[in-house]
Ligand binder design. Structure first.
Ligand code: FES
Length: 186
């Protein structure tokens, strides 16, 4: 889909005479693909609310721009975002939201990750009863973290909304806080 300048000019006129974007801007696959590359992959996007993972050990799979991600709340209340992919053979770690307890266990070969994403154990990786292997260095195999940031915002109803945002570009500055807003653990 191509947007000509006349259409864009009509959108940008003063509000009383402006026209909306063509319907296809909201439904066209090509337009969505361009938005993904030019906007959503380059800056911060809100992806979840704190209440989506309210308790320590809560894990929730989400998909953002076609990527499987995982929200995980640790024992201290901090929420992180990881790629929802095991570092062993690439199994999806979590398929349904729930509480994983103190460790996240891969359903394939039972590698276990702490709630901070660190690889904690690799059962039988060296053969039956052998839980280590010279080629497997756990310190290098933590879950892949996605840059994330927590905002606490006051909604129109005056309730605090805790919004988790992510940045795939890994380069955008953290969103400035406005009056009445701050960030921190959610
Ligand atoms: S794929 Fe996860 S433990 Fe093997």
């Amino acid at each position: 889909m191509t947007l000509d300048l006349a259409t864009l000019d009509a959108v940008r006129r003063p509000i009383k005479e402006a026209r909306g974007l063509p319907n296809a801007c909201y439904t066209d696959d090509e337009m969505f693909a361009r938005e993904r590359e030019l906007i959503f992959k380059r800056t911060w996007s809100a992806v979840a609310l704190g209440q989506d993972v309210p308790a320590p050990g809560d894990a929730r799979p989400i998909e953002v721009l076609g990527m499987p991600l995982l929200l995980l709340r640790d024992g201290d209340g901090a929420v992180r975002v990881f790629h929802n992919v095991c570092r062993h053979r690439g199994m999806q770690l979590v398929t349904t939201a729930g509480n994983v307890g103190r460790v996240l266990r891969c359903p394939y070969h039972a590698w276990c990750y702490g709630l901070d994403g660190q690889l904690r154990s690799t059962p039988n990786v060296g053969g039956p009863g052998v839980h280590e292997h010279p080629a497997i260095r756990p310190g290098e195999l933590a879950l892949q973290a996605v840059r994330s940031h927590v905002r606490v915002s006051e909604s129109p109803g005056h309730r605090l909304r805790k919004v988790l945002a992510r940045d795939f570009s890994k380069s955008r500055p953290v969103i400035p806080e406005s009056p009445g807003q701050h960030h921190g653990a959610i």
